[in-house]
Design a binder for this molecule. Structure first.
Ligand code: MV4
Length: 502
């Protein structure tokens, strides 16, 4: 029985996991790097142990040190969160070898899915459609030309050890093929220490739609429907929603059924995600499987009512799933916006700095998963994602309006954020109508980047005025006239500039 868990992660996901521990009566142990000593996960956990200095290799990726802390703190299990060691098969193995529970799938499942060619092969065997493509490419240039000809240009060259857009190359025509393969191989060797590459037919305007699955040690696999994740920028997801506004109920049925088959094919245990590319005709193809809890898991939690972290812990305990497929129902619509500490006006440059003020949105259907607080110093050492705003409403239209309302309420000063950029996304016709694919951000860049610079300044001024007003009431020495009879013009000024050209 799991009574105490070490969370081998930081930031919002560490806090998210500890929340479920707390509700389950499970003690939590945080680990932290030197610059993270004041981080929220450290404050929130029952115990916190220093793991090492700021470079991840010496802290959140330091396997021997993490295992040492696990032993010393007396935990029963380790939850890896996402990123860092979450999809490291060796880590999963070492955790288990040291007599602890790894909250995640078997090392073999992680390894099979980490090898993209192996995963394709397994999926073909399991009857899951994959993008038409090749096996591992050799150095035989004539042979490669023939394979490409057969698949049909344009094609994609992908690194077998890659994934998530890393080590991908687009080839438009025959003349570019040989050079592209050479470059792809040397890049793959450099990045992953493995030069294996393969070809896939290039899909023109695909949707990225993924299916959440859960598998237990008793052979049960269920799905928790899909998430539409096509709003991405440089392979970074920005907005996710469920259900997908694109697919029909019929496609949803076959896609979720194939996702369950994919997971069953590797005897999957734990929470996992099967990613599909979906073309304009709603043909879907297996892309990859993520063998971890994902950033965007809360939208699935919101529409199905399932706490995915608690489900992970239950599965890791060896218990059967608490529900059958027919018990899982979805209700309404959920959207997640990722809040990044970055400057959209400056090529989305990640920013560091002290959080001067933060007001988070509240109210019906609003959830935020974050970790920053007033006075917290955001560093450049880690991911710039500082929060996730998750909205639920009875239908998509209401969810979009509620998201706009919540983004309006969300105030962070001291660091630049993408909040206004997200507001622009919500106001873009293609998004509002639910008619978008993976090219959405690129196709709407001009509109999305039209800043409303003065809005934030107006909000800041209104906040400063409220503060001065408050001080003038509490501190007689500062008292001055605040013209209560007059209408405040700060908001008026802001509204004037919140101009929507559509
Ligand atoms: C593709 C593709 C088109 N055709 N594969 C990018 C992330 C990685 N997981 C796979 N990716 C793609 N693979 C074929 N055969 C287009 C993309 C792609 C993409 C996929 C999902 C979400 C956003 C994307 C943005 C650009 C390209």
């Amino acid at each position: 029985m799991i009574r105490k868990i070490l969370i081998a992660n930081r930031g919002e996901i560490a806090v998210r996991i500890i929340r479920s521990c707390r509700e389950s009566g499970i003690k939590s142990v945080a680990i932290y790097s030197e610059p993270d000593r004041t981080s929220m996960h450290v404050r929130y956990a029952d115990e916190a142990w220093l793991v090492g200095p700021d470079p991840s290799g010496q802290s959140y990726l330091n396997i021997p040190k993490i295992l040492e802390i696990a032993k010393k703190s007396g935990v029963d299990a380790i939850h890896p969160g996402y990123g860092f060691l979450s999809e490291n098969a060796e880590f999963a193995e070492e955790v288990r070898k040291s007599g602890l529970i790894f909250i995640g799938p078997e090392a073999d499942a992680i390894r099979s899915m980490g090898d993209k060619m192996k995963a394709r092969e397994l999926m073909i065997k399991a009857g899951v459609p994959v993008v038409p493509g090749s096996d591992k490419l050799t150095d035989d240039e004539d042979e490669n030309q023939k394979i490409a000809e057969k698949i049909g240009y344009p094609i994609m060259i992908k690194a077998s050890a890659g994934g998530g857009g890393k080590g991908m190359r687009f080839v438009e025509k025959k003349a570019d093929l040989n050079t592209a393969i050479k470059r792809a191989k040397s890049e793959a060797l450099n990045a992953f220490g493995d030069d294996a590459v393969y070809m896939e037919k290039y899909l023109e305007s695909p949707h990225h739609i993924e299916v959440q699955i859960l598998g237990d040690e008793h052979g049960n696999v269920v799905h928790l429907f899909e998430r539409e994740c096509s709003v991405q920028r440089r392979h970074q997801k920005v907005v996710e929603e469920t259900p997908s506004p694109f697919i029909t109920e019929e496609v949803r049925k076959t896609m979720t059924d194939r996702a369950v088959a994919a997971a069953a094919a590797v005897s999957y245990t734990g929470a996992g995600t099967v990613e599909f590319l979906v073309d304009a005709n709603m043909n879907f193809y297996f892309l990859e499987m993520n063998t971890r809890l994902q950033v965007e898991h809360p939208i699935t939690e919101r529409t199905t009512g399932v706490d995915l972290v608690k489900a992970q812990i239950r599965i890791a305990n060896g218990e059967p799933l608490a529900f059958k497929q027919e018990d899982i129902k979805k209700l309404g619509h959920a959207i997640e916006c990722r809040i990044y500490a970055e400057d959209p006006a400056n090529n989305f440059m990640p920013g560091a700095g002290r959080v001067l003020h933060i007001t988070e949105p509240l109210g019906l259907g609003v959830r935020t998963d974050g970790y920053i607080y007033e006075g917290y110093e955001i560093t450049v050492f880690y991911d710039p994602m500082i929060s996730k705003l998750i909205i639920w409403a009875q239908n998509r239209e209401e969810a979009v309006e509620r998201m706009k309302r919540a983004l309006y309420e969300y105030k962070i000063t001291g660091v630049k954020t993408n909040i206004q950029f997200l507001e622009r996304i919500m106001n873009t016709p293609a998004f509002k109508e639910g008619k978008y694919d993976t090219h959405f951000i690129a196709n709407n860049e001009d509109y999305l980047l039209q800043g409303e610079e003065c809005q934030q300044e107006c909000e800041d001024l209104a906040m400063i005025m409220a503060y001065v007003d408050h001080q003038s009431h509490t501190d007689k020495r500062l008292r001055f006239s605040t013209h209560h009879h007059q209408k405040s013009n700060w908001k008026e000024y802001g509204r004037l500039h919140r101009f929507n050209p559509f």
